[in-house]
Design a binder for this molecule. Structure first.
Ligand code: SF4
Length: 449
């Protein structure tokens, strides 16, 4: 489907949300700045509860600048990441007092000098408090809806904003952001978007909504008895002792609590996709990644892979370049690596979830213990398996593998930081050579495009 007409999108948004505004309570630009800092990864209703007590205690920038940090932290604790937020509020307000007479400045370049303030926060304040069209607000809702509508294939907020600023007329920026936030919050939700009856249904590509070709699943459509933490059958059997251990129950409680309070990637139904797509008895290659992608719409449960329609991240681009140089396979137009998984490559991250925009935020919570157990169980297989370990993190896992029975292929990680060493390592032909030596079928690396 071609990109939807932005003028039609705007018309429909205006009809659905005629007076769209950010749902934070505030009376002065300083209050909006503080509330917006608190709203990162936190529901507006929680922020509004907190600011009801916060604003009377700290009536202006000077009061926030002089606040006792421990007291401020205690007051904003329920909004999450409260230490960082309290420090940002105090730092930003101190700068307002020192450099801007205690007022919030009206220019983007000045806003970006305030500690802890990035373009999204600056746009919320400039758009909403001063009606200045400084840019388009891109929070997690706007990012998600823009990707699903096909307005952007980017994943970083600044890059998504650039795409939107190109297609949305500047006069509409201050409306478009808040209206898209409302659409994302109430209709095009992270879990179970309500596509049936959505004002954009006839225009929307629904990019990434339907990974498996099934209709979009609403969270409410998931039967009550569905346990999203249940491992796929073949693995449940192999790991039956592991999932009885106390750490697994603690891990589950941690991830469920995180999902209640924050956006977590990949979505719950994709958490064990790697295990679903590659049953235990089908594993002939194990490719080990580290942490799921943490930007909107990318992760779907396979290491290195992104959802259809999402721009391949730099590590994956480097993999495609090396694949071209190694085996002459053309660069794919998609970063969706499911066809590799279906041929027997277990594409496993060491940690299976992450909080949005906070890399490594779920490390040391138990996932590593589970994924080490998965590696050990694959090591127990009687037939030889090719273990692919890129980068020093993955290579530490070599101690779990018996290299007298299995093949370990090591190389640098494909990330831009070590790409020079990765390029030329010929991992793809190496994997196929090892499979041939094992008497197993080679991987067809083509993905289309
Ligand atoms: S049709 Fe579905 S995916 Fe597209 S904007 Fe509406 S709710 Fe979102």
């Amino acid at each position: 489907m071609p990109k939807p007409s932005v003028s039609v999108l705007l018309q429909r948004l205006r009809k659905a949300h005629p007076s769209a505004r950010y749902e934070l309570d505030w009376e002065t630009p300083v209050q909006l700045l503080v509330a917006t800092i608190l709203a990162a990864q936190c529901r507006d209703s929680v922020v509004n509860q907190v600011t009801k007590k916060l604003f009377p205690k700290y009536p202006d920038a000077k009061a926030f600048a002089n606040a006792d940090l421990a007291e401020l932290e205690a007051m904003v604790r329920s909004t999450g990441t409260y230490k960082v937020k309290a420090k940002s509020i105090r730092g930003a307000c101190a700068r307002l007092v020192e450099s801007f007479g205690g007022q919030v400045p009206r220019r983007m370049e000045d806003m970006l000098t305030l500690p802890g303030v990035q373009r999204k926060t600056a746009n919320v304040v400039l758009n909403s408090a001063y009606d200045i069209a400084s840019g388009v607000i891109v929070d997690t809702h706007v990012a998600r809806v823009s990707q699903r509508l096909g307005l952007s294939t980017e994943t970083k907020p600044d890059a998504i904003e650039r795409d939107l600023m190109e297609v949305v007329p500047q006069r509409d920026w201050t409306f478009f952001g808040p209206a898209m936030v409302l659409h994302g919050r109430y209709v095009c939700t992270a879990k179970g978007p309500k596509c049936g009856g959505c004002i954009f249904e006839d225009l929307c590509d629904q990019v990434g909504v339907d990974v498996q070709g099934s209709p979009a699943v609403s969270h409410d459509d998931v039967p009550m008895e569905t346990d999203l933490f249940e491992l796929p059958a073949s693995w449940r059997h192999v790991l039956r002792d592991e999932i009885e251990k106390p750490y697994f129950h603690q891990l589950r409680a941690f991830v469920e609590a995180e999902r209640r309070d924050h956006e977590v990637f990949p979505p719950a139904r994709d958490m064990f996709s790697a295990l679903e797509l590659t049953a235990y008895d089908k594993v002939k290659v194990l490719l080990l990644g580290q942490d799921p992608y943490h930007d909107v719409g990318q992760a779907h449960g396979l290491c290195f892979s992104v959802r259809p329609g999402i721009k391949p991240p730099p590590s994956l681009v480097n993999m495609f370049k090396e694949l071209r140089d190694d085996l002459g396979v053309g660069i794919a137009s998609t970063g969706y690596l499911v066809p590799w998984a279906k041929q027997g490559i277990l594409m496993l991250n060491a940690v299976l979830t992450v909080r949005a925009h906070e890399p490594n935020s779920h490390k040391d919570r138990g996932w590593e213990q589970l994924t080490d157990a998965i590696l050990s169980k694959v090591n127990d297989k009687s037939e030889p398996v090719v273990f692919v370990l890129w980068g020093s993190y993955a290579q530490k896992k070599a101690k779990l593998i018996d290299d007298s029975r299995h093949i370990i292929l090591k190389a640098a990680h494909p990330s831009p930081l070590s790409a020079k060493l990765f390029m030329g390592s010929k991992p793809f032909s190496g994997i196929n050579q090892a499979l041939r030596n094992n008497g197993q079928r080679e991987i067809d690396w083509t993905l289309g495009g």
